[in-house]
Design a protein around this ligand. Sequence first.
Ligand SMILES: Cc1cc2nc3c(=O)[nH]c(=O)nc-3n(C[C@H](O)[C@H](O)[C@H](O)COP(=O)(O)OP(=O)(O)OC[C@H]3O[C@@H](n4cnc5c(N)ncnc54)[C@H](O)[C@@H]3O)c2cc1C
Length: 414
Amino acid sequence: MSTNHPADLRSRVLAFMNSYVYPNEELFYEQFRTYGSNAYLPILDELKSRAKAQGLWNFFLPGLSGDDPGTPLSNLEYAPISEELGKVAFAPEVFNCSAPDTGNMEILSRYAQDTIRLRWLLPLLEGEVRSAFSMTEPDAASSDATNIGLRIDRHGDTYVLNGRKWFTSNALYERCRVLIVMGKTDPLAPRHLQQSMIVVPKDTPGISFERDPKIFGYTERGGHPEIVYKDVEVPADHLLGDEGSGFAIAQARLGPGRIHHCMRTIGLAERALGLLIERALTRVTFGTSLAHKGLVQDWIAESRVEIDMARSYVLRAAQLMDTVGSQEAATEIAGIKVAVPRMALAVIDRAIQVHGAAGLTQYTPLAEMYAQTRTLRLADGPDEVHKMTIARREIRRHDSSFHITPPMQQIGTP
Ligand SMILES: Cc1cc2nc3c(=O)[nH]c(=O)nc-3n(C[C@H](O)[C@H](O)[C@H](O)COP(=O)(O)OP(=O)(O)OC[C@H]3O[C@@H](n4cnc5c(N)ncnc54)[C@H](O)[C@@H]3O)c2cc1C
C-alpha cells in the first residue's frame, strides 16, 4: 500500500519518472519545437494530471495547509525527491515543484492578504497558472538589490509602477498570469527599508515586453524577458507585507529557492555521471574501452566523491533550515549555492569530454545541462556575493564587533 511517508513518496516519484517522464523526454522536445518556447505543451498537461491524480504534487512547501493540494515535507525530506526531479529539465513542473512558482507560492502564502491568496495562490497550488519574479534591472547592478530603481508609488487606493526589469524568468509563458515585482516605495527611507514587493496581474495595462535574452544561444521556456512597467496601476491590497518590507521578504524567499536549486543540481550531476559511465563502457580507443583508462576512472572517482560531498552539504543545510531556520543557516545556504553548481559543472565537463564531439551537440542532454548549470553561478545571486556573506559571518565568529551589512543578494529564479 502506498503512503505519504517520505521514503515511500521518493519510490513513487522514481517509479513515475521511469514510467512516464524519461520515456516522454523526446516527445517533450518535439512538442517544444512544434509549439514554440512559450506555449504550454500537451505532454506537460498530460503528465501533470497523472502526477496530481497520484498525489505526487507540491512537495516543496513545508507550511502547506491541510486543505491545499499536495504533501508538505520538511526540507530534509524533500531533498532526495527534488534530486530525482533535477535529472530532467521539465520534471519539476510535472509535480508542480518548479521555479520560480515555488518561491512565489512561498511568499504569497506568508505575506499576501486573503483576497490575493485566494486569487493567485490557489491556482498556483493547483498548477492552473504560472508566475514570474521581477526584480533584476538592466540598468542597475542588481546583485546589490538596494540599487534597483523601479518605483512603486501610492496614489489613493492604488500603487503605480514605473520602471524597467529584465531576466523576469518565465514571464513570456502563455500560462504565466501573475508577476511579483520588487521596487522602491520610499527612496528616502533607510537602505533596507526602501523596497517593497507587489503582486501584479500580467494583463494589467502598461506592461510591455521587449528583448528576450537567449542563454548561451538557447531559447529557454518562458524566456527571461525585459519588461517595461509604465504607469501600471494595481489595487493597494496587492502589496505583500508592509511598505518597506521587500528586502526582508526577499531574504525569506531566498533560502528555500536556493536550496531547491542545489537539490535539483545534485540530481543533474548524478545523471551526467551516469551518462559519462555509459559512454565510457561502450567507446573503445587504443584497444580498450574508455572505462578501462586510468584517467577516465580518475574522473569517475572524482565525480563520485564530489557529488557525495556536495549532497551531504546540502542535507546539512536542509536540516539546519528545518531546525534553526534560514537565517541561522545563512552560511550553509550561501555555501551550497557556491559549491553545488561548481561541482556539477566539473562533472558535466568530464562527461562532455568522454563523449567527444557528441557531448557538445543537441544529441545528448549534456550541453544544455552545462548551460543551465552555469547560469546558477549568477541566478539567485552571483558566487561572489554568497562568498561575501560566508566570509563576513566567518570573520564575525572571531570578532563579534565586525560589522555585518545584510547581504544585498539578488533574487533570481528560485
Ligand atoms: C538564467 C537566469 C535567470 C534569472 N532569473 C531571474 C528572475 O527570475 N528574476 C530576477 O529578478 N532576476 C533573475 N536573474 C538575474 C540574476 O539574479 C542577476 O543576474 C544576478 O543577481 C546578478 O545581477 P546583475 O546581472 O545585475 O549583475 P551585477 O550586479 O552587475 O554584478 C556583476 C558581477 O559583479 C560581481 N560582484 C557583485 N558583487 C560583488 C562583490 N561583493 N564582490 C565581488 N564581486 C562582486 C559578480 O561577479 C557579479 O557577477 C536571472 C539570471 C539568470 C542568468
